[in-house]
Design a protein around this ligand. Structure first.
Ligand SMILES: [Zn+2]
Length: 263
């Protein structure tokens, strides 16, 4: 369903989005629905449309019929959280000083090695390219502790501070360009510097799955996107890629302009 829009509508919405993004609170505003829900915004956001499958996923066939966990994924206000411009630009933190022999530097260097391994694994399924400037990244991997995210318990009315998380992925929306503007997103992955060495690879592999579009978790322990940490973390599974392929076949508002029409 497509509604006609007046130009003034998306321009003002676009500047509102840029303002919120510069304040870093777009995600919060968006999900808490301060008057902007996907349905109400139908007129000011691009219509839901399907992008062509990237060739890496088009060529993916599962000979085992292992199935997927697509039905367990969460819905987003813009449809599927997928990338449509390839290669996907990815930035990750790296130590500034390369000639440092301290233990903390070595730990950082090991972290980088694990990040690069996880990126190489996913690169077989979706093309990724490194960018050295953080602001140019579609996906940004930071060696930082995720926020504790205090919540209010609805039953007791008391503040609750959950257990420290070791990794977290969140997204932001913005409009790219202005001729006309394209609804775009950025994924921010935080990996704790305190995470034990043997867990870094599986944590990044898991979070990258989210950043590439698998927004939710598998109920099966042998999938990389299983909801909990396991003793022997599995590699990316056939079911992970079956799910990823299905995600990329869904409609989205991302990567489309407001003036674009489906045919
Ligand atoms: Zn997760």
């Amino acid at each position: 369903m497509i509604r006609k829009t007046r130009i003034g509508q998306y321009l003002s919405f676009s500047s509102l989005v840029s303002l919120l993004l510069s304040l870093g609170i777009l995600t919060i505003i968006w999900v808490s629905g301060l008057g902007v829900t996907a349905k109400e915004s139908e007129g000011v956001l691009p219509p839901l449309q399907i992008h062509p499958l990237p060739s890496t996923l088009k060529n993916w066939h599962d000979p085992q019929n292992a199935g997927d966990y697509f039905s367990y994924l969460e819905e987003s206000p813009v449809g599927s959280l997928i990338w449509s411009e390839f290669p996907i630009k990815i930035y990750w933190d790296q130590p500034a000083n390369l000639v440092d022999n301290s233990a903390s530097h070595q730990r950082f260097q090991q972290w980088v090695t694990e990040v690069e391994k996880a990126i190489a694994e996913w690169n077989s399924y979706l093309p990724l390219v490194e960018v050295k400037q953080e602001e140019l990244g579609d996906i940004i991997i930071k060696r930082d502790n995720p926020p504790l995210g205090t919540t209010i318990n609805p039953e007791t009315g008391k503040l609750e501070i959950p257990r420290a998380r070791s990794a977290q992925t969140s997204y932001k929306f913005y409009f790219k360009g202005d001729n006309p503007p394209v609804l775009s997103h950025q994924m921010i992955v935080l990996i704790s510097p305190n995470l034990s060495q043997e867990l870094i690879l599986s944590a990044i592999r898991h979070e990258l799955g989210h950043a590439l579009g698998i927004w939710g978790h598998s109920p099966v322990e042998t999938d990389a996107l299983y909801f909990s940490q396991v003793r022997n973390p599995p590699p990316i599974s056939v079911r992970d890629i079956n799910t990823l392929k299905k995600v990329y076949q869904q409609p989205t508002r991302l990567g489309w302009t407001i003036s674009q029409r489906s045919h």
